[in-house]
Design a protein around this ligand. Structure first.
Ligand code: HEC
Length: 290
């Protein structure tokens, strides 16, 4: 319950107008906490350690990983306030169980690097398309036919099996992107808790840039390129501020005198508000570890 207390403390400090929000988040957090025991979803774990950027010794500007090429709105004119924005979660949020298809899992855990098309950004990020096609008897047969080459069905089948074994080391879903004949008729669905959704998004998409823990940078340090760690996000911003930043973008105050800037954080228009909110609740319930 430490998370709940911390949450309330933070929200309580920010301003009394947030009272309704406090109650909402309290209810959300409680139902999610209940949900963990209800579904026995004990396999969700906290995000740990250094970000992909730190791990691969790349700077934010040097990588295509995690980039959506969408930036948030421009800063307001000097002296002006930010335009209003409305948090708009689904009535049933957080749904105790959400059904996800392969395309959703791809979107949450792979798209931040491999892009919407699956082509990635070679040479840094390889395309996932050909490795996936190579696992399909139908796709290989079609390719052989197009090239005018004969190959027995059993040879094709064993080729596909081998490719699949190789690919499965890294990949579990995503056939739709590769346009495998017939794949759309047989989509695999999994049922996940909202925590798991938050875990997917945080561990695959957010974690590219911010590390799990570390010092909370000052506005001056952010101006120089520092990225706040995942552990500080839930105290830096409210649930609403988090969802807005992720799905829509929000200018950020940096430097001295405090000035609004557009910021560098990519906007993830392909995450719903519910999904971004699930990431926030996940970070509270499973605090990031060093
Ligand atoms: C943090 C960025 C990042 C995320 C997230 C990511 N990948 Fe990758 N992926 C890469 C990079 C970089 C490469 C190329 C280097 C390598 O193979 O390690 C790659 C390579 C691959 C390859 C190998 C392609 C080849 O040519 O052999 C496959 C398959 C793949 N990724 C699938 C996935 C799937 C599926 C997901 C989501 C579950 C995913 N990746 C998530 C960055 C990422």
């Amino acid at each position: 319950m430490g998370a709940r207390l911390r949450l309330l403390k933070y929200w309580g400090m920010s301003c009394s107008l947030h009272l309704i929000a406090i109650v909402t988040v309290f209810v959300l957090a409680s139902s999610l906490l209940g949900q963990t025991t209800g579904t026995g979803d004990t396999s969700v774990t906290a995000v740990r350690g250094e970000s992909w950027l730190l791990h691969s010794r790349r700077s934010f500007g040097e990588t295509n990983m995690g980039k959506t090429w969408n930036l948030g709105p421009p800063p307001p004119d000097p002296g002006m306030e930010l335009p209003p924005w409305q948090l708009n979660l689904s009535p049933g949020f957080p749904a105790p169980i959400v059904t996800l298809h392969g395309s959703d899992l791809y979107r949450m855990t792979c798209q931040g690097c491999h892009k919407e098309s699956g082509q990635g950004a070679p040479p840094e990020i390889n395309s996932v398309i050909d490795p996936v096609r190579a696992t399909s008897v139908a796709a290989i047969t079609a390719r052989m036919k197009a090239a005018g080459r004969e190959m027995s069905r059993s040879d094709i089948a064993s080729m596909a099996k081998e490719s699949k074994a190789m690919l499965l080391q890294r990949l579990h879903v995503g056939e739709q992107l590769a346009a495998i004949p017939g794949a759309e008729k047989n989509p695999i669905a999994v049922k996940e808790s909202s925590y798991r959704i938050g875990e997917h998004i945080v561990k695959s998409t957010c974690y590219v840039c911010p590390s799990a823990t570390g010092p909370n940078p000052s506005p001056e340090q952010i101006l120089k390129g520092a990225i706040p760690p995942l552990s500080s996000l839930t105290t830096r911003v409210s649930l609403s501020g988090f969802v807005r930043k992720v799905t829509n973008g929000v200018p950020i105050i940096m430097g001295t005198p405090p000035t609004y800037y557009r910021g560098h954080m990519p906007v993830y228009v392909y995450f719903s508000q519910d999904e971004a909110a699930a990431a926030y609740l996940y970070l509270i319930r499973y605090p990031p570890r060093p």
